[in-house]
Design a protein around this ligand. Structure first.
Ligand code: GLY
Ligand code: MN
Ligand code: MN
Length: 464
């Protein structure tokens, strides 16, 4: 974790935005895999990490806006715990690490909250996303579970989004480091990819790297020759000559920060002409987006430009036709790229998505499109210095979607379905980088990762 001053400052910045009531932050509990004491890798709640830094269960953090006080509610470990877990810090020691002066036993929490409520002060809380914490929140606030969504604090959500969206120097350092680990994972896959191996072997190598240098992956590894399935977690296939392999993965640092890269490589180490033609379009969309992303420009504009580049390239190849700019505006490109250009990145791989995508990625000036494809853009609002976002254009040939659109004769003025049918077994290509918005444009985080056709082919062939 960072030094305690960082957490004190973050809580004070929240105080500058919210003047009344208290905010309650729950830790995540251990989550059982198959019986209570056999658990998944522990993951703290990101908002708790942000304001209190402590990565263990069993605590509640409280920020009191009226009285200018912070609390940690929790119980010290007992000798029964210490026998199994080794010596443990007290709750007082833990609270001191994040600069919290007030410590209370968990048995005091419900009474404390009910006193706050009785005095007419607001109890701000965030949308709980785990079932156990929904129940716990209901118990400590007395609000029925079904009424919790309506009583979530929009004021708290907006204040936190404003803080977490702008990354501090200490966070940027962590992001650079964890991006380097993401680069190592992808480089290992490029080096170790061989016809005849299984996808699983490569996924395991990459996951091993993420565990060697951090907390493990930042989301379950996507590594598949069926890259047309956007979030494909199946790794059962044997790597086959002539196919593409799409890998979308990143690592999570010990401090909780995430990286998120995608590369698409030819299994045999050399792109075919057909693969190269599609690859170059996606690469152009990725690089133009990085070239033009800067503070003051809505990410929606960069997204629209990327989809225009994709429509233009596919028109030049004969898969699309007509006015490529209008095609992208109207959403015809979405047959090939049904997702958005990117999302915020930080403590979460889709940063702050638990707080609600529209609060994070949109505002009064930039409203979400309702056109299929464009509607999936997670972040459309104006970029600001300190934002970290992903840039991840793609082109996919999804047979089921092509069948439906052709049957419905959608966008026949823009789509050449007979040509598209020649690509039904193509798979998909996505190229994803992580960028920090700076004073004069943006900077790609992490060490360089092979991306051009020549860089990928050279790296793969040197290692065969
Ligand atoms: N891996 C999830 C994403 O790129 O959005
Ligand atoms: Mn990704
Ligand atoms: Mn991403």
């Amino acid at each position: 974790m960072f030094t305690k001053d960082i957490y004190i400052e973050r809580r004070n910045k929240l105080r500058q935005q919210i003047k009344h009531g208290i905010a309650v932050f729950l830790t995540n509990n251990e989550a059982p895999m198959n019986y209570p004491s056999n658990t998944y890798r522990y993951r703290q709640d990101s908002n708790f990490i942000y304001f209190f830094g402590l990565q263990m269960p069993g605590m509640v953090g409280v920020i009191d806006f009226d009285e200018d006080k912070d609390f940690i509610f929790g119980d010290d470990f007992t000798i029964d715990d210490i026998i199994w877990m080794g010596n443990q810090p007290t709750i007082g020691d833990l609270a001191a690490r994040c600069g919290v002066a007030n410590v209370q036993g968990m048995d005091k929490l419900t009474t404390y909250i009910s006193q706050v409520q009785k005095s007419g002060r607001k109890v701000h809380f965030l949308p709980p996303y785990r079932a156990d914490n929904k129940i716990f929140l209901s118990l400590i606030t007395g609000i029925a579970i079904e009424n919790i969504p309506a009583q979530v604090s929009t004021e708290l959500i907006k204040a936190i989004v404003a803080l977490r969206a702008i990354k501090g120097e200490e966070e940027i350092k962590e992001m650079d480091k964890i991006c380097d680990i993401g680069v190592m994972m992808h480089t290992a896959v490029m080096k170790d990819c061989r016809i005849g191996k299984t996808e699983r072997e490569l996924a395991g190598i990459a996951e091993g790297i993420s565990l060697s240098y951090g907390n493990g992956y930042s989301f379950p590894v996507i590594l598949s020759q069926d890259g047309q399935t956007l979030h494909n977690h199946n790794h059962e296939q044997i790597l086959t000559d002539g196919r593409l392999l799409l890998t979308d993965m990143g690592a999570e640092s010990v401090s909780g920060y995430s990286s998120d890269y995608t590369r698409t490589i030819p299994v045999n180490g050399k792109f075919s002409q057909k693969q190269k033609e599609i690859y170059e379009i996606v690469l152009k969309a990725n690089m133009e987006s990085i070239r033009t992303a800067q503070a003051g420009i809505p990410y929606w504009n960069i997204h629209l430009n990327a989809t225009t580049i994709i429509s233009e390239g596919l028109t030049q190849l004969g898969l699309m036709k007509g006015d490529y700019k209008a095609a992208a505006q109207e959403g015809a490109h979405a047959l090939f790229m049904p997702h958005g250009l990117g999302h915020m990145l930080g403590l979460d791989v889709h940063d702050m998505e638990d707080l609600g995508e529209n609060f994070v990625g949109y505002d009064e000036q930039t409203q979400r499109s309702n056109i299929f494809g464009h509607a999936s853009l997670r972040c459309g609002r104006k970029l600001q210095k300190g934002f970290i976002v992903t840039v991840e254009p793609g082109i996919y040939f999804i047979p089921q979607l092509i069948d439906i659109w052709e049957r419905e004769q959608k966008f026949t003025q823009y789509i050449n379905y007979s040509k598209v049918r020649e690509y039904l077994n193509f798979g998909g290509i996505r190229i994803e980088d992580d960028i920090l918005i700076t004073d004069n444009g943006c900077r790609v985080l992490g060490q360089p990762l092979a991306k051009s056709v020549a860089e990928i082919e050279t790296l793969m062939q040197e290692n065969h």
